[in-house]
Write a protein that binds this ligand. Sequence first.
Ligand code: PLP
Length: 460
Amino acid sequence: MTNNRPDILTQQAIEADGAHMWHHLTQHQPLDGKAPLMVVEGKGMRVWDASGREHLDAVSGAVWTVNVGYGRESIAKAVYDQLIKMNYFANSAGNVPGGLFAERLIEKMPGLSRVYYSNSGSEANEKGYKLVRQLAALKNDGKKHKILYRDRDYHGTTITALSSTGQLQRKDQYGPFTPGFVEVPHCMAYRSPNGDDPDFGVQAACEIEKVILREDPDTVGSIILEPITAGGGVIPPPEGYFETVQEICAKYGVLLHIDEVVCGMGRTGKWFGYQHYGVKPDIVTMAKGVASGYAAISVTATTEALFNEFLHAPAEKMNYFRDISTFGGCAGGPAAALENLRIIEEENLLQNVTNMGEYFMGRFAELQDKYPVIGDVRGVGLFMGLELVKDRKSKEPVDESVTAGVVADCMQQGVIIGRTNRSFETFNNTLCFSPALICTKDDADQIVEAVDNALAKVVL
Ligand code: PLP
């Protein structure tokens, strides 16, 4: 972008936007018929708005998505070539990038072997739930149909994905919800009375066992967990948590469904978040980073054992997975995903994530020494949060105006950061960072300096 004036088409789009668009997760009133930020161009870690202003994006497209950064011509070309050759045929048939991406993906996920394509994280999770429900129907007349989810986790926007979401702010006013979903407690050490106990991780996992026993293990089919909770406050699990969850799942025949929609494809320095914790999931779902936002694609990956349950069930029980998603896996999506994966590998981005994650954590620790308002610094790889509190002892969350003020001030400085959502509960107070996996030290310094300046103005 070279000049400050939007071209005629962009100007027309801004006016049309104000008049006709209904934006996602955006308060209507403050816009009052005006368009919000309109982004028109992106390259690497940076985007430019309609006035030509440059922004450093520390949240990869607002919602943890553009893992390999903006402006990747090779991904655009892969999609173009695929669309010109063969744009669409329902995924009941195969297509070339669909098969090739499935193979490359499965190489990264030992223990899993089957890939089911759809279009969004919510949809991928719903496929996981449908598999569990149908498996229950095939095996024991539907008895083992309940699905557990965790307080603070988010699994998507549809009514059933919300039914499995532990965030009241997202759910309020959208009930009644789908039956058969049961909440288990969160595992956030910082906000648990026994969070300092070295056994806290095991204790938090044992809370899940209590729920399984209360519900009757014969009725519980699966549990869905984010490996590191994202929108609920950027919460890495405590030590020992997932190992114990795995044991509990094995004990009661409960399938372990890991939602990698945010953590998947390298965000935490491994291909998948769960790979930090040595667990072997039965179902893994992913979306955002799968094609870094260059095309809409999501995946529900499963074990061969789960696939075989359907393969070997009697045909009179309608034993195949009776699900279709018109656009799922067709065909630009897997083409983009294949090239996205190649870039992550070839540019050694997992290593960069680990290095830069450590660098950020050091810089954030310096900020924590300087600002008592930073109660907790959390994160894994390039997935980080700063929880802001009025007082470190009481841990009372800051008012929403504080996190909103810091985000707005960073925006003024040309740096886009995020924050967790307002809620009736206490998790409206975490600043979020998830820059692209290509982030450099200079980018990190610019982000941390913006937060430093903003905190100096907003809280000192
Ligand atoms: N799961 C997690 C952990 C998410 O953070 C999200 C979206 O933010 C979803 C699922 C839903 O994904 P989508 O918005 O693509 O439906």
